[in-house]
Design a protein around this ligand. Sequence first.
Ligand SMILES: [Zn+2]
Length: 142
Amino acid sequence: MNDFAQHYSLLLGLNEDWLIKHVDLDIARQQVEIQLEHNTQCKPCSPQCGLPRPLKNHADERIWRHLDTMQSQTTIVARIPRTNCPDCGVRNVHLPWAAPHGRFTLLFSKSRRLSKDYEILEQSSKVFVYLTMVSQMLKRFY
Ligand SMILES: [Zn+2]
């Protein structure tokens, strides 16, 4: 893995199960696409029983919206490995960056929730300031 790939691997917090295949930077469109590849040297774990199981195949390519890289919209692209577990059947493995069936990364979803919480807090503080001003005005006149 070159320094550039290692840089992105560290930023994404990937373990040895995933490799950076390619990072496509499109300056004109302000987009970064990070393509990940499952490391076939690592045996995937069944998502249900958690045991290492043989690799069946890889699901079709999927895209997840991730946090922006500077001002560039960033996506992760990967094919999810599927295990062949004698107890659980053929299943997609758990991904370190996204919930099952999620279209956004965990960090992106968390950031959105924090942003909404901040908006509510900001609106609440404005209402508090307004009520404090009204209260002070009422005390002056009555
Ligand atoms: Zn299993």
